[in-house]
Unconditional design. Structure first.
Length: 333
């Protein structure tokens, strides 16, 4: 059953990635990370309304429907060959190999780092057992739910709780943000090998954050900062770039308590760059304010504020209910 669960999980991830690849007309290595982000944010939305289990079912069904829609659409337009070229790529082959190698490497593996026992692993296990975002056993620590909510989704699809699945989730998630680098290979074998090695080694650079030894999201934060910066300056302005930036900033905001701080600092850095760059080109203030880049950054800031506010409001509602529950129990005593 475990192997079938992993296969179904692989299908879900690739189904959403294929849909994005078709919609944005990009190679799939540039949309796999969007699949992870979409699953996580959808699960978060279901979590804050107390429907995590239903969220797993709906996300799973939706992914298959999106794949069916994409295939049917391309059959109707006679563009299946084009879709095939976008999905069967060096990046997707690398992802497939790494996906199953990581399964073997993390199968039945246990976590040994200290913070796993004070929060991270406990959070994922508690979410798996209670089907609730906020922990029921550690009310004094309430971190944002990413990456625990994605680990929850993975474990529910695979069909069991396992610390190995927690590690697997973080490994494959971190690698997904680096897959767009494959666009730089230009089909050259040496370049492909070099990019593959770089993708595997970059997370290991965060030595003190022990990416390959834990399920901590610290290294993930560094990877996302790098990915967002690279993406913002290298990708041409398009719907793909806009959606990717918005979703990634939303994801970053809910990753650890420092996520919101990092998101705001990164946003301010990008905004400052746009102002200085355009002023250097003798652009007027009005032109800067109403530029495409400024509009994207403005919407991004709204997304950051709204997603963080949703978490704060949810916490206050849960805290209020918890206090009332404890108050009633105390009165009965």
């Amino acid at each position: 059953m475990t192997i079938l669960g992993y296969l179904f999980l692989y299908t879900i991830i690739l189904s959403i990635s294929v849909f994005y690849a078709d919609i944005f007309q990009k190679k799939i290595e540039k949309t796999i990370f969007l699949s992870f982000i979409s699953i996580t944010l959808l699960m978060y939305l279901f979590g804050i309304i107390g429907q995590l289990q239903i969220g797993v079912i709906i996300v799973s069904i939706l992914s298959i429907l999106l794949l069916a829609f994409t295939i049917f659409k391309n059959i109707k337009k006679h563009t299946l060959k084009n879709l095939e070229e976008k999905t069967i790529t060096t990046g997707s082959i690398f992802f497939t190999i790494i996906f199953f190698v990581f399964i073997i490497a993390t199968l039945r593996r246990e976590l040994t780092n200290w913070d796993q026992f004070t929060y991270w692993s406990i959070a994922a296990k508690d979410m798996f057992n209670t089907n609730q975002i906020l922990m029921s056993i550690q009310d004094f620590i309430q971190y944002p739910p990413i990456p625990a909510v994605l680990q929850y989704f993975f474990m529910k699809i695979i069909g069991e709780y396992s610390q190995g699945i927690e590690i697997f989730t973080m490994w494959i998630l971190g690698i997904s943000f680096l897959l767009p680098l494959f666009e730089k290979t230009n089909g050259k074998k040496i370049a492909t090998v070099m990019i593959s090695l770089i993708i595997l080694c970059v997370p290991a650079v965060f030595q003190m954050l022990i990416f390959y030894e834990s399920s901590y999201p610290d290294a993930l934060l560094g990877i996302i900062i790098g990915e967002l910066s690279y993406f913002y300056f290298s990708e041409k302005t398009s719907k793909y770039k806009t959606i990717s930036i918005l979703l990634t900033f939303a994801f970053l905001t809910l990753t650890k308590p420092t996520g919101i701080v990092i998101a705001l600092i990164l946003w301010f850095t990008l905004a400052l760059f746009e102002v200085l760059a355009k002023r250097n080109l003798n652009k007027k203030i009005k032109e800067i304010i109403f530029s495409k880049e400024a509009k994207i950054l403005f919407v991004t800031l709204i997304v950051i504020v709204l997603i963080y506010t949703s978490w704060i409001v949810y916490r206050k509602i849960v805290d209020f209910k918890t206090q009332n529950t404890f108050g009633q129990a105390f009165r009965w005593q």
